[in-house]
Write a protein that binds this ligand. Structure first.
Ligand code: 5GP
Ligand code: ZN
Length: 116
């Protein structure tokens, strides 16, 4: 079910605008509103899943799909060769602020490790 007052469910529903760069039957990708790299996209499932920890066995294929869409978004942005990073923040210690699972796709600059 859509999460009540979930901002990403509203983006999926078209109720609030987003700069979408890819969508299919299961996933939507759009530009992060506060980009941390020249390419900073978010890949989300149409289905409301609050976090990676909340994803169940029935979501396994969906999680795999999100990663494949992330790779596609990175490739389309020109980062297949140079590289890019995917990130899923989970819970408060990781800084998760939106509780609808999302894969960050970051690219276009050298990314440091470990992340902050
Ligand atoms: P988190 O910290 O939960 O891993 O990441 C949430 C991300 O969503 C942040 O990078 C933030 O900039 C982005 N974000 C929050 N609200 C919106 C919004 O309304 N539109 C877009 N495009 N990105 C958003
Ligand atoms: Zn949601």
């Amino acid at each position: 079910m859509a999460g009540d007052n979930c901002i990403f469910c509203k983006i999926v529903a078209g109720e609030i605008p987003a700069a979408k760069i890819y969508e299919d039957g299961r996933a939507v990708a759009f530009r992060d509103i506060n980009p941390q790299a020249p390419t900073h996209a978010l890949v989300i499932p149409r289905k409301h899943v609050a976090s990676l920890s909340e994803a169940g066995e029935a979501d396994e294929a969906l999680l795999g799909h999100l990663l494949r869409v992330a790779a596609r978004v990175a490739r389309d942005a020109g980062h297949a060769e140079g590289g890019y990073r995917t990130v899923i923040n989970n819970g408060p210690d990781a800084g998760q602020t939106v509780f609808h699972v999302h894969v960050h796709v970051l690219g276009g600059r050298a990314l440091t490790w470990p992340p902050g």
